[in-house]
Design a protein around this ligand. Structure first.
Ligand SMILES: Nc1ncnc2c1ncn2[C@@H]1O[C@H](COP(=O)(O)OP(=O)(O)O)[C@@H](O)[C@H]1O
Ligand SMILES: [Mg+2]
Length: 615
């Protein structure tokens, strides 16, 4: 419970206003409930002609600061109400009195259900607001966390957290708000009513209730762990669907539909088995509480009944029935209290999982006292070592890149080329050594300033489900159409964009699915051209293309690289032939460096790579 109060304190405060209204409505509805049921007493008395007393009107002066008048009030109100009813029966007849009481009942009930509805009504903005905030926070956190975080967490698992877990949290926050602000209010007000009628009965009842409550609580204990496992498995399922969607082309080409389906069915079955257990436990709450509730009522009926029958009681039969009605009204909120305990356990399990994202510490920070950073002279890798987990991926890299020059990286796949360039925008931080730009360590500048210097074009063009215009203008605020067009022209993309129905306003579809590989790549080059970065990073930008589109892309790239500091990872000779320096990487080290002709003459790694045409 303490854990959950913390969750509430985190997410509910912006919606305090609604909570106050909710409490007010709940108090009103409980009082109106008591009043409307109080009408039962005179109705019963009239019908069964029980009440022999002759009532007279008493004059009663209520004073707010006089405690005695507070104490006298219920008795006086009751007396005058009974006098009023009796008077009406005598002058107008019994059935007329019933009609009037009926109208009272209808009006009081209308007011009661209205305030009840208003209580729910004020709860809704809290509920929708809290989940909106959590989703926003998750998405924000996802964009802030370093790339390294996501190689550990599966994508589908994260989606499961944004969908499933957030919904669990929603339910349990609602239950716990009810638990804190609704049910206690109802219970206390009904309880006051019950004590006012008969404190002896009420004391007896309240010895019974905790016993029933304890039995209920035992059932909920194991729920949290089970539901945690359930959500875990759900995340696993989501991951598989996401993988299937991404790999559909390969699944079909390799006739692997059955295999994928079997794998999915197995996990799905595991999920079902877990949820069976969770639901069974959960569903036990209802029958258990119904049974315990009725058993309690039976005992109260026996005790109260024998009090009345023994003739030394202060209450009469119709009041006892009213008492039972109130007691029955208390059972529902009490039942809800125990149900909330379940929901809260489930919610806590989900909160733990969501917090794995929300509370994740980014290990790549802005410095406290950031330095300005700019490239006027050179980029320098100084004895850089790096590992993802255990094995060194880069071992003592030294690299000097003068401004305006092009450095090419070649080497077998897995030799660490992409890792080397990922360190420059600080997608990962060096494990040892340092990278400097104009002798400023890149870790002393803000990430924003640092990344402002760079433009990336990767093997897989990363595009968004949006228009051509917005995809090209992605990294630049307030780009004009003319600027975007100019960039697209240089990237050889203008023509094919204009051939689409809406030109630059055409939507490119999910990840650019409607475009060919070469077209996608030219869009991402146009994006880099528009950003006009000081440093350009090309990671196998042409390796996914056929020769025809490669020529256009190649041309676009050459336009982009002109007079710009460039690190290019390339697999084709044509791209690197003119580089100012070629570095040959092998198992995390630069083993040869120089210009093309010199390296060929060296007759080493580079010569072999050239012969195999495999970089
Ligand atoms: N996110 C990652 N987590 C763990 N290991 C990785 C990750 N990315 C790459 N590696 C490993 O680092 C090594 C270098 O990979 P990479 O830099 O991508 O090589 P290249 O680009 O030259 O093909 C490989 O052994 C690869 O398995
Ligand atoms: Mg690579």
């Amino acid at each position: 419970m303490k854990d959950f109060l913390r969750v509430l304190r985190r997410f509910v405060p912006p919606y305090k206003k609604y909570l106050v209204w909710n409490v007010i409505c709940n108090i009103l509805s409980a009082i109106l409930n008591l009043l409307s049921f109080a009408l039962i007493i005179p109705i019963l008395n009239i019908l069964f002609r029980i009440d022999e007393t002759q009532y007279t009107y008493t004059d009663f002066h209520f004073q707010f600061f006089n405690f005695e008048t507070w104490r006298g009030m219920p008795e006086a109100v009751k007396n005058n109400f009974f006098w009023f009813v009796q008077d009406m029966i005598e002058t107008k007849g019994g059935s007329f009195a019933l009609i009037i009481l009926g109208i009272f009942l209808v009006v009081a009930t209308f007011l009661k259900v209205f305030t009840m509805y208003m209580a729910f009504f004020t709860m809704i903005p809290i509920r929708t607001g809290v989940v909106r905030d959590i989703r926003n926070q998750i998405n924000k956190k996802i964009t802030e966390l370093p790339l390294g975080f996501f190689s550990k967490e599966r994508k589908g698992d994260i989606i499961a957290r944004v969908s499933g877990d957030v919904n669990e949290i929603e339910t349990s926050i609602m239950s716990s708000l009810d638990m804190l602000f609704k049910n206690p209010i109802l219970i206390i007000i009904y309880l006051i009513g019950m004590i006012a009628i008969s404190w002896r009965l009420t004391v007896f009842v309240f010895i019974l209730l905790p016993v029933a409550g304890y039995i209920m609580g035992q059932v909920g204990k194991k729920l949290k762990r089970k539901s945690f496992e359930g959500q875990q498995q759900w995340g696993y399922l989501m991951s598989q669907i996401e993988e299937t969607l991404g790999g559909l082309r390969i699944i079909k080409a390799f006739n692997a539909e059955d295999k994928i389906q079997q794998r999915f069915e197995k996990s799905n079955n595991d999920f079902r088995r877990l949820t069976n257990r969770v639901y069974r436990r959960q569903q036990m709450a209802h029958p258990m509480s119904e049974f315990l509730g009725t058993a309690t009522i039976a005992i109260v009926l026996w005790y109260g009944g024998s009090l009345i029958l023994s003739n030394n009681s202060t209450i009469d039969a119709s009041t006892f029935i009213y008492y039972l009605v109130i007691f029955y009204s208390i059972i529902n909120p009490a039942k809800d209290l125990s149900k909330s305990a379940y929901a809260i356990q489930k919610g806590l399990a989900s909160m733990d999982r969501v917090d794995k994202i929300l509370q994740a510490e980014s290990n790549i920070h802005d410095p406290k006292d950031p330095q300005p950073i700019a490239l006027h002279d050179h980029i320098q890798y100084n004895n850089v070592w790096f590992k993802y987990q255990n094995d060194w991926v880069l071992k003592g890299i030294n690299l000097h890149i003068p401004k305006g020059k092009t450095v090419a990286l070649v080497g077998q796949s897995g030799s660490g080329k992409s890792t080397l360039v990922d360190l420059l925008p600080r997608f990962y931080d060096v494990t040892d050594g340092a990278i400097t730009i104009d002798d400023t360590d890149i870790r002393t500048a803000t990430l924003r300033d640092l990344r402002e210097l760079m433009g990336n074009v990767n093997q897989e063009a990363i595009l968004f489900n949006d228009t051509f215009f917005n995809n090209i203008a992605f990294g630049v605020a307030n780009a004009t159409l003319d600027e975007v067009k100019a960039a697209a022209r240089i990237a050889n993309a203008h023509e094919f964009i204009m051939a689409t129905p809406d030109g630059y306003d055409t939507n490119i579809g999910d990840r650019g699915g409607k475009l060919s590989g070469g077209q996608r790549q030219r869009i991402s080059i146009a994006r880099a051209i528009l950003k006009n970065p000081a440093i350009l990073i090309l990671d196998e930008a042409t390796s996914a293309l056929d020769t025809e589109s490669e020529r256009l892309v190649q041309e676009a790239l050459e336009n982009l690289m002109r007079n710009r500091t460039t690190i290019v990872i390339a697999h084709r000779l044509s791209t690197i032939r003119n580089a100012d320096e070629i570095c040959v990487m092998h198992e995390g080290e630069i083993v040869e460096r120089g210009r093309h002709d010199d390296l060929i003459a060296l007759n080493g790694y580079y010569k072999r790579l050239c012969d195999m045409q495999s970089f």
